[in-house]
Design a protein around this ligand. Structure first.
Ligand SMILES: NC(=O)N[C@@H](CC(=O)O)C(=O)O
Ligand SMILES: [Zn+2]
Ligand SMILES: [Zn+2]
Length: 429
């Protein structure tokens, strides 16, 4: 099976053809077409930017347990529409992904859907209870090859448990992705950022320091154990200061930011719309600006969506009772392109949304390049399109989309996963 992608601007620069044969990039350049077999399927990419397929380090697919909010199939569809070719599926399902068997099940559902690589994240602790380590080694050695472990949704708050998890994953090059939120400083009933707005609205908040103390502790534990820690959805300027310092010391820490934390602020809460309720909470403008700066200067390694679909009956409640989380897969690229200025070019986007997240997750088949020999995971983007987001047009099963009505720059036109066209002209193929 072969595919000829014609006339794309690779990473937004040089225009070239890409020939795909048997799921791999076979040739790049002006002579690629001449090497194509007769009757080759072609994909017109005139005027489009070609990026390596996007990789999301942080997705909630909700299966098993909450198939009313999302399934591996519908989440894979949303991912493909968003330009993704791999997603890391978080472990906070019901039951929790804390055994090799559970991880294999998610991995197999992903293969059946066949639209992106669905790589299960393993829980750090059994049942996300924060006490006993889950089957880390068995998950790592299973066919699902789990490398990222996280109790996301909950923080591994016991320092002894975190230390042991870091020591354990080191043996197989794993990483612990931490939901940094000290429960003692972030509860009870905390549902937004603690500050002037939460005071005015009469909502219980949690402050940036509840994140920062865990980030600071974890980088010291990573240093002590010589292991690797990843900070999920970093949201505060103080955390950035800690991470910048830790990296300068040579500590093995990486971090991700969500598209929503790059743009949306606490001020949006004035209407008490639960679509803006998320963990970590939307922060004030100072934090948002610090996050953008840190993404631009490389302190933040990756953009991850934290796509968190919720059924209507969990989200459409009074603000205090609604579930935490928002959709992200279909809009991520447009939000990042719109939020970051023109100094942040397509190569930077490929770095933070494909190459580096693949490296953090140990996904060898997602090399983040567009070169012969690479698996043919390719995202083709119209760089000049302007799209007004319509939540009803989503392929996700859920509708908790904070970008409804926003105008975003750029649009994913085609997605190619392992040589197969999964999205054509913006719609599932
Ligand atoms: N981000 C959220 O607000 N919610 C996530 C959990 C999480 O990422 O912490 C969820 O599972 O719904
Ligand atoms: Zn989280
Ligand atoms: Zn999450």
């Amino acid at each position: 099976m072969s595919l000829l992608i014609k006339g794309a601007a690779l990473f937004g620069t040089e225009t070239s053809d890409l020939l795909v044969v048997d799921g791999r990039i076979a040739a790049v350049g002006s002579d690629a077409a001449s090497q194509a077999p007769a009757g080759v399927e072609t994909l017109d990419a005139d005027g489009l930017v070609a990026l390596p397929g996007l990789v999301d380090l942080h997705t909630h697919l909700r299966q098993p347990g909450r198939e009313d909010a999302e399934t591996v199939l519908t989440g894979s569809q949303a991912a493909a529409v968003g330009g993704y070719t791999a997603v890391l599926a978080m472990a906070n399902t019901t039951p929790v992904t804390d055994t090799a068997e559970a991880a294999l099940r998610v991995w197999e559902l992903g293969r059946e859907a066949g639209l992106v690589d669905v790589q299960p994240v393993g829980a750090v602790t059994k049942g996300l209870a924060g006490e006993e380590l889950a089957e880390l080694g068995l998950m790592a050695r299973s066919a699902a090859r789990v490398r990222v472990f996280s109790d996301d949704g909950k923080c591994v708050h016991d320092a002894r448990v975190m230390r042991r998890a870091l020591e354990y994953v080191k043996a197989f090059g794993g990483v612990v992705s931490q939901h940094s939120q000290d429960p003692a400083l972030a509860g009870p009933g905390a549902c937004c950022h603690e500050g002037e707005v939460s005071g005015r609205l009469g909502l219980a908040g949690w402050p940036g320091i509840a994140e920062e103390v865990i980030v600071a502790r974890d980088v010291m534990l990573a240093k002590h154990t010589g292991s690797r820690v990843h900070v999920a959805h970093v949201s505060s300027a103080g955390s950035i200061d800690v991470i910048r310092w830790a990296k300068a010391q040579g500590i093995d820490v990486t971090c991700e930011v969500t598209p929503h934390h790059l743009v949306l602020t606490t001020d949006l809460l004035v209407g008490y719309d639960p679509v803006y309720k998320v963990n970590p909470p939307l922060r004030p403008t100072e934090d948002v600006l610090a996050l953008r700066e840190a993404l631009a200067d490389g302190t933040i390694d990756a953009v991850a969506t934290d796509h968190a679909p919720h059924a209507r009956h969990d989200k459409e409640h009074a603000f205090v009772d609604a579930a935490f989380g928002m959709l992200g897969l279909e809009t991520a690229l447009g939000v990042v392109r719109t939020a970051m200025d023109d100094d942040f070019d397509w190569n930077d986007i490929a770095r933070v949304m494909s190459r580096t997240p693949a490296r953090i997750a140990g996904l060898d088949d997602h090399g983040g390049q567009l070169a012969p020999g690479e698996a043919a995971h390719v995202t083709l983007v119209d760089p000049t399109a302007r799209v007004t987001v319509d939540r009803a047009a989503s392929v996700s099963l859920s509708r908790n989309n904070p970008w409804h009505g926003h105008e975003l720059t750029s649009r994913v036109v085609h997605t190619v996963f392992g040589g197969k066209v999964t999205v054509r002209d913006g719609a599932l193929a």
